[in-house]
Design a protein around this ligand. Structure first.
Ligand SMILES: [Zn+2]
Length: 326
């Protein structure tokens, strides 16, 4: 980001400081401090791109988080959201995709500092050691984590989460068999590889239009504890803790600080309402059937049985959302 833009954001942050301070104190007194969750992709000093943050910048951000927040895992985030009362500044850290370089600096640093982290990975890219399409399109294929490295992370206390099999835009997938394979079967395969139950899922890309109410329902029925989006926004206490809204781990520290200090605009980020469609479109009976078929190891799920869902409710995309693609 150009420095004039950073300066502008910092000026805006300082100018709106009284409002931010009032927001904080008011929420603190009433036990309504929101719960923040961040997502990063790649921490490295080479091939810098919009989803990469340098090692120094990452460390500066973590230092600042440790001074200003309690950094907790996703379970504790959900507990605080569900409790209906929170007066402790709360933040969790996640990573999406599974880039190999994260094992060189970022993850060892978090492990050494005993900072909880959830690390969402795709099954296909890991097992086949394939670079992501969004990197290939840029002409810069980047190495991804191996199963051995994920096992080592798991043993070191890093929570491994699911991020589909092939990183598709699930908002565009209407085929039931494909959804089940990408979301449930791929997660189960990863569980077997790392020999640990996977309990959280993050949508690829994670914007409103990349989400799918059917996926929320499949995950809930399959026993997952939570689902992460990536379009920005904090999580208010008392909101639906199953869906965790995340903010981009922005390489630009000014913009990151701006979002995490009660930017008045963040209140405008509308929560994606998956239930609004799920109840109409997808009965529990249908979900149970899909999951039973997996349990029975039926491999002949076809797309014909549920090939077309009616148009899904998608909230308008607010220009103030805080995200980069997940
Ligand atoms: Zn992703």
């Amino acid at each position: 980001m150009p420095s004039w833009k950073s300066n502008l954001i910092e000026a805006y942050r300082i100018a709106s400081w009284p409002h931010r301070r009032w927001q904080y104190l008011n929420r603190y007194r009433n036990g309504k401090l929101p719960v923040y969750s961040l997502f990063y992709h790649r921490v490295a000093d080479t091939e810098l791109n919009p989803w990469t943050i340098s090692c120094d910048d990452f460390q500066r951000q973590i230092d600042w988080f440790q001074e200003n927040f309690e950094i907790v895992d996703l379970r504790e985030c959900q507990r605080r959201i569900n409790s209906g009362f929170n007066n402790r500044p709360t933040l969790s850290i996640t990573f999406d995709d599974g880039y190999a370089e994260n094992c060189e600096f970022a993850l060892p640093m978090l492990i050494e500092r005993s900072i909880p982290v959830t690390y969402f990975v795709t099954t296909y890219h890991t097992t086949e050691q394939q670079s992501f399409a969004h990197d290939l399109e840029r002409g810069a294929p980047l190495p991804v984590n191996t199963i051995e490295s994920l096992r080592a992370l798991d043993l070191a206390g890093v929570e491994i989460g699911a991020h589909t099999r092939t990183h598709p835009d699930l908002g565009q997938v209407t085929c039931e068999a494909e959804l089940v394979d990408e979301v449930i079967t791929a997660s189960r395969e990863m569980e077997r590889l790392i020999e640990r139950k996977i309990e959280y899922f993050a949508f690829p890309f994670g914007q409103y239009h990349n989400l799918n109410p059917r996926v929320f329902e499949l995950l809930r029925q399959a026993g997952f504890l939570g689902v992460c989006s990536a379009y920005g926004g904090w999580n208010d206490v008392g909101s639906d803790a199953f869906h965790i809204q995340r903010i981009h781990g922005d390489p630009d520290f000014t913009r990151m600080k701006n979002w995490l200090t009660y930017d008045p605009r963040i209140n405008k980020v509308q929560r994606y309402d998956y239930k609004q469609n799920a109840e109409i479109l997808h009965s529990e009976e249908a979900t149970s059937k899909s999951l039973r078929q997996i349990a029975d190891k039926e491999t002949d799920l076809t797309c014909e049985s549920s090939s077309s869902f009616p148009d899904l409710y998608v909230p308008p995309i607010d220009s103030t959302t805080t995200n980069q693609e997940g």
